[in-house]
Write a protein that binds this ligand. Structure first.
Ligand code: ATP
Length: 247
């Protein structure tokens, strides 16, 4: 369970996220969509405890991040859009390191299945420095999944993955949600979000313009039968017109 309440994050005088509130529930995949600069990465980095917001509260699995950052972070995994693994560790050494850092019980028994799931079996003993971008991403995901976190944040998870890996990732995310995880995905791939996510949050200029199932946000925007892409443009362009005084 993830709860974000009136989150505000400023960089100097610039407000990147403004009074953002939303919830994501166990078993669901929530899609975070918005134009470049909408505040998606800033929001994810605040939830992950990497950035300190000026205002608002974030709770992960009932733990307030500000009160007990370690407990909250233990319950969460954040996979950034460009993971930076340790160049001098192999794939399996990353899993061992993660298991030690997060005190995962009996980790070795899970390595084979995880590497198979993420198509990394052949790379098991290769150094991270020799992995492609997509493989580095899959390695970061394997390390995250090993910990069985209650809340999983993905920033642009499918960038750099080939079509087969995209299908594998979609299945893996759904399986984690079905197993009870709360999954939050930021993505520009609207067709993927439409297919994969149970609910969608449209973020624009640091504010939530719509949140709900596609049917629910369609009702406030482009109308029945509209694709997420049509809904997205309708909502964001209408907001810009209103901000410009309707001109
Ligand atoms: P994209 O889709 O392009 O990745 P995003 O929705 O993830 O964008 P953010 O990266 O969260 O957006 O950025 C939100 C706003 O905050 C942007 O206007 C960006 O220029 C600004 N911003 C982000 N990081 C910083 C920073 N370190 N210092 C100053 N401004 C920043």
């Amino acid at each position: 369970m993830l709860n974000v309440d009136r989150l505000t994050k400023k960089y100097g005088d610039f407000t990147a996220v403004s009074g953002l509130s939303f919830e994501a529930h166990p078993g669901e995949i929530l899609g975070l969509v918005g134009p470049n600069g909408a505040g998606k990465t800033t929001t994810l980095r605040c939830i992950a405890g990497i950035l300190k917001p000026q205002e608002g509260t974030i709770s992960i699995e009932g733990q307030r991040l500000a009160d007990d950052p370690v407990a909250a972070k233990r319950a969460l995994a954040y996979i950034p859009d460009t993971p930076h693994p340790f160049d001098m560790l192999t794939v399996v050494e990353h899993l061992r390191f993660t298991a030690l850092a997060y005190r995962v019980a009996d980790p070795e028994s899970r390595f084979d299945a995880l590497l198979e799931e993420l198509e990394l079996t052949e790379k098991r003993d290769e150094l991270a420095s020799g992995l492609s971008r997509g493989m580095r991403q899959k390695l970061a995901i394997a390390c995250a999944f090993l910990r069985d976190p209650g809340v999983i944040l993905f920033d642009e998870p499918l960038t750099g993955l080939d079509p087969r890996a995209i299908r594998t990732m979609r299945d893996s995310m759904r399986a984690r949600a079905d197993a009870g995880a709360t999954v939050l995905i930021s993505s520009h791939l609207l067709d993927l979000v439409e297919r994969l996510c149970d609910r969608i949050l449209v973020l624009h200029r640091g504010q939530a313009l719509a949140v709900g199932t596609l049917d629910e946000i369609r009702a406030t925007a482009a109308g029945s039968g509209a694709s997420l892409e049509e809904v997205f443009f309708d909502i964001t362009e209408r907001h810009d017109e209103e901000a410009n005084g309707g001109s």
